[in-house]
Design a binder for this molecule. Structure first.
Ligand code: PMP
Length: 306
């Protein structure tokens, strides 16, 4: 099997072909990154759609800026690089992971000079979203993390930076070690903030709540679900909520790029969550949107013909 190609600093290459320095970024968790969905067209197999590309690019440019890294490409050039990479492999559903980090070779925390070279690497993995999300349809089992809290550092809130993932890594470990899928992370006032790799929503009647963009990574899927739910006339609020409110919800669901929208059926010992009506309706709409089939939200799709 041939390995997927990789986009490094301006060219599509074979994975073995180039070497880059990542030691400083590796030491200090200073990689700006993102995760983008590319979905194959159901009808025209030589066509696919990148989902909310410009929003993902805005986020990675912001994350790089927080780290003081100047990406040596414009957003259009970056977008074209992603499109070229997808085209280079000729088949069509991917999870795409752009990474931006300093070329700093050794152990300096900060680059030696502002002119230091900034690496841009784009990985992509063939990804069967449908198979993955069907597996997820059984719903998730969550625990509430006892150890880790999300604290608010304003400029990090919107950023997707590797160092920030230590919290998420530890909570995920905690959950998996106890036989759960993910952990719910609380904020420093014991309100629900997000899950180890996802944003969280609760449903009560016609009302849908998700924590505001403070103490969370405000996901692109979260923003998408908010828009879809408003369009479907749900009463959507970005508001903090307590553990008590979580347990009183009719439905709980999580969102992220890799799995889309997934219902939760258990939190800790409580497996009373057996409803997923609202999540399923939103999920159906989400699926037609990422397939480029929904004209209301077609501006979110970037079509690529191979
Ligand atoms: N929160 C965390 C901690 C995440 O890792 C992710 C995945 N990137 C999300 C939320 C959801 O973000 P998105 O919808 O952009 O994938």
């Amino acid at each position: 099997m041939t390995k997927e190609k990789i986009w490094i600093n301006g060219k599509v290459k074979n994975q073995e072909e180039d070497k880059i320095y990542c030691l400083s970024a590796f030491h200090y968790g200073t990689v700006a990154f993102d995760g983008i969905l590319c979905i194959q067209d159901k009808k025209r197999k030589n066509n696919c759609f990148l989902f909310r590309l410009s929003d993902h690019l805005n986020r990675i440019f912001y994350s790089a800026k927080v780290l003081g890294l100047k990406i040596p490409y414009s957003k259009d050039e970056f977008a074209n690089a992603i499109i070229d990479l997808v085209k280079s492999n000729g088949y069509a559903s991917y999870y795409i992971r752009p990474l931006v980090f300093s070329n700093n070779f050794y152990t300096n925390i900060l680059p030696k000079s502002k002119e230091e070279f900034v690496n841009v690497v784009i990985l992509h993995k063939k990804f069967n979203f449908w198979k993955f999300s069907i597996r997820m349809k059984r719903g998730l089992k969550l625990i509430i993390s006892k150890k880790i809290r999300n604290t608010w550092i304003e400029e990090l809130t919107l950023a997707k930076i590797s160092g920030k993932y230590l919290n998420y890594f530890l909570t995920l470990h905690e959950a998996k070690n106890k036989g759960f899928d993910e952990a719910i992370i609380l904020d420093d006032e014991e309100k629900v903030s997000e899950a180890s790799t996802s944003n969280i929503f609760i449903v009560k009647g016609n009302a849908i709540k998700t924590p505001p963009p403070k103490n969370i990574l405000p996901g692109i899927t979260r923003a998408t679900v908010i828009e879809i739910a408003k369009n479907m006339n749900y009463d959507v609020k970005e508001e903090r909520f307590s553990i008590e409110e979580l347990f009183n919800a009719d439905e709980i669901f999580l969102t992220n790029t890799a799995r889309g929208i997934v219902s939760v059926f258990q939190v800790g010992d409580s497996n009373k969550f057996n409803k997923s009506e609202v999540a399923s309706l939103i999920r159906d709409r989400y699926i037609s949107i990422i397939r480029g089939e929904d004209s209301t939200f077609s501006h979110w799709s970037t079509p690529i013909s191979i």
